[in-house]
Design a protein around this ligand. Structure first.
Ligand code: 13P
Ligand code: SF4
Length: 322
């Protein structure tokens, strides 16, 4: 579906000796801003002008006066930046950086689901395609989902899409019954309850902190559940010296930088793999970042009528989260 620079093409383009200073120079030449999600590789986090979770990144994209937005994240995030900035160029270093959660909600099937429940308000997690956003009444992120759902009139029924785990968590927090689309994130579903319990036995003083995209058997053990930014703030502000971190491993780079005195233990996935790293996020690299800025490609583009339809529910979210 997407096109990206093939490996051979990357290899055929001469890379500068100092990639980071070349990226800094290109940033000035293009009047570009680099927005990065916490799940990017540490070297990418370190060159970003703004680093944040999905909500922070959408807010930063809405505010920027740069001419070019370079997005270090996945496609739905760059797409959101484009929806908010139709006249700016939005670059994504690897257009194949998708999302298993967004893919778990195909537009045609979701349209049929929505049509079967015409009285429902549709709340969609920002981790979805522009086509799903266009079918939604309001967008939310993991940072504001509870606040958004709490503002929906009590007499209205709700569809929540696409993440069933976040939906179940929000339903518990708000006491609202919601019809959940059965999508999920391949990274947050991979954690093993058995291994988590074993780890807690080895480190009884540790607090378990988890992202709400995790499954209920894991969330039941959590001392604290929150969005990526909320987990980062919790580690900084809570006096506990040790944390077992149940989310994508990339966030631990900022946790180590901002709370170097804390012991951080990544929660183990079910298998002996690096499955707690999002393979989509990790498609972006420093080399591809440099080449995307130098070539001003690959670029995120979108049909204007789709963009306009997807804009309103995002704007509602930004207004309600201000
Ligand atoms: P947040 O950035 O809202 O914490 O979401 C995590 C995530 O999975 C992003 O893809
Ligand atoms: Fe999608 Fe999960 Fe990767 Fe986030 S961590 S981009 S939700 S697959």
């Amino acid at each position: 579906m997407f096109t990206t620079l093939p490996r051979t093409e990357i290899q055929s383009q001469k890379l500068p000796y100092d990639l980071v200073s070349s990226i800094e120079q290109l940033k000035k030449d293009l009047n570009a801003v680099i927005l990065a999600h916490y799940y990017q590789e540490p070297d990418l986090q370190d060159v970003a002008d703004y680093l944040g979770d999905s909500l922070g990144l959408a807010q930063a994209a809405a505010k920027t006066d740069a001419d070019v937005i370079v997005f270090l994240g996945v496609h739905f995030m760059a797409e959101t930046a484009k929806i908010l900035n139709p006249h700016k160029q939005v670059l994504l270093p690897d257009l194949n950086a998708g999302c298993s959660l967004a893919d778990s909600c195909p537009p045609a099937e979701f349209a049929a689901f929505k049509a079967a429940h015409p009285d429902h308000v549709v709340v969609s997690y920002i981790n979805c395609s522009a086509a799903i956003k266009a079918m939604s009444d309001i967008i939310c992120t993991s940072a504001n989902a509870v606040k958004i759902v709490n503002q929906i009139p009590i007499d209205r029924s709700i569809i929540f899409a696409p993440d069933r785990n976040l939906g179940r968590y929000v339903s518990e927090q708000t006491g609202r019954d919601m019809l959940l689309w059965q999508g999920s994130c391949m990274v947050h579903e991979i954690f093993s309850e058995r291994k988590l319990v074993e780890l807690k036995q080895r480190y009884p003083e540790a607090q378990i902190i988890a992202h709400p995209e995790c499954e209920p058997p894991v969330l039941r053990h959590a001392d604290y559940i929150g969005s990526t930014t909320a987990l980062l703030k919790y580690v900084q502000s809570n006096p506990c010296p040790t944390f077992i971190v149940v989310t994508e491993e990339g966030i631990m780079h900022q946790m180590r930088k901002l709370a170097p005195e804390k012991k951080l233990i990544p929660a183990p996935p079910e298998h002996d793999c690096a499955c707690n790293q999002c393979p989509h996020m990790r498609l972006n690299t420093l080399e591809k970042l440099y080449l995307s800025m130098k070539n001003r490609s690959p670029e995120v583009t979108m049909d204007e009528s789709l963009r306009q339809a997807a804009l309103y529910p995002i704007q509602r979210m930004l207004e309600l989260s201000a």
